[in-house]
Structure formats: C-alpha cells, structure tokens
Ligand binder design. Sequence first.
Ligand SMILES: *Cc1c(COP(=O)(O)O)cnc(C)c1O
Length: 246
Amino acid sequence: MHQDMILRVQQIRRALEAAAVPRWGRAPQIIAVSKTVDAQRVNAVQEAGIFRLGENRAQEILEKLPHLNASFQIDFIGRLQNNKVKYIIDKVGMIQSLDRMSLAQEIDRRAQQRALRMPVLVQVNIGDEPQKGGVPVSELFAFVRQAAMLPGLEIRGLMAVMPDIKEEARLRPCFVRMRALFDALKEENVAGVRMEELSMGMSGDYLLAAQEGATHVRIGSAIFGARAYGAPAGRIDDTLKGDIYS
Ligand SMILES: *Cc1c(COP(=O)(O)O)cnc(C)c1O
C-alpha cells in the first residue's frame, strides 16, 4: 500500500547520487517533509531508510509525535514563534529555522532549563526576499558569532528556502552562494560551531542542490504526493490550547 512512497524515495536517492559531485563528498541525505501527512503514511518511509522528518508547526508535532515510530528525528523547518519554543524543545532533534537573535535566546533559555543543547541551523534569506524568513546575508557572520556564544544551542550549519524562481540559470547562483557561505563559515572556525549541514533543495530543485553541494535536501511532495491542507485531526491538551492555536 505504501510501496509507491518507498519507490519514490529510492528513485530520488538514486537521482541524488547520480547528480552529486565528488568534490562535495557524499550525496545529500533526504529529510522527508511530513507536514500534513498522517503518521501512518509517514511511518512507512522508514522502510526506505529515512530517519529524519521535517515539520513546520508546533501543534502538528505534538499531535503526531505519539503515533510516529520512535526512531525518527523531527527537524523543525518552519517559522517558529518564540512562544512555541517551549512546546517543541524536547520533541525535536534540530531546529533548522533559526533566523533571529530573540529566537536564539529563547531556544537557549528553554534548552538550558532542560539541561540540553539544541542543534540548530541558521536560516539564510539567500534571495533577499522581504516576505521570507532568514538572516540577511550581510548579517550572517555576525549573527553566527553572537549565537555561538549561547550555551543552550549548537550551530550545526545553514538552511535556506530558495526564492521561487523557475529558470535554472537564475536559481543556480543562489545554491552556489549558499555553499560559498557555508564553506566560508567553516573556514572561520567559530568556537562552538560545527559547520556540518547545509540544508537546501526541495521537491522541485533537489538535483540542483545536489550538484551545488547541499548535505541535506528537504523533500515533501515528491515523496508523499501533493499536500492536502486543512486542520489535522486530533485533540490537544487544554492547557496548551490558548497559546498553541494563536
Ligand atoms: C514544505 C517545505 C519543504 C518541502 O517542500 P516540497 O516542495 O513539498 O518538497 C521544504 N522546506 C520547507 C521549509 C518547507 O516548508
């Protein structure tokens, strides 16, 4: 029944391996973006060797987590409000969408309360789009140096959501620029920072990402099919309600 999904993962993995360039090391790993997909279908992709999931809403994570195989790691990949950090801090393995200092401070505070160090990626606004999240390129190095001083989080790399550009000739330079920023930050050797992950590329452009040096691609619809939006079924603890639905 879920064989189609498993086949798609295998096809994508083969295509990534064929597109990857030796200079970047191994082909990018797949993070399956499981937002809006019910837990049963999500669980099936583990058979295809996927162990990381991307989710973008705190509420959905809380509802889905009890039904997911325990060996998945959830990566938070969406806009994260400061007041939601406390709900997800001990449920996700990484926050990929760190894009401002107030969020870094809140992650730091909540992680320290639980005596953990949260792995994060710094999201970069590579297309310089005002409507999109991400640290502006011009502020990236200063941001990394400052956030690296917070003991409750550990910077593991960079993440980008590419601008919505169809022409490859205009989109490719965004990937190239992200890889250059990633390498430059690695060179900097900022204390406490491990520049290991470069998360870029989605269903429409993962081959470009592989060619230009992504270490991780975040793929949703190409694995699970088109997303059906609407509230996922399930109830939530009343104590959370006011805040989490806001
Ligand atoms: C939804 C989403 C994805 C996956 O998008 P697809 O086009 O379905 O692969 C990747 N990254 C982020 C941040 C997302 O919100």
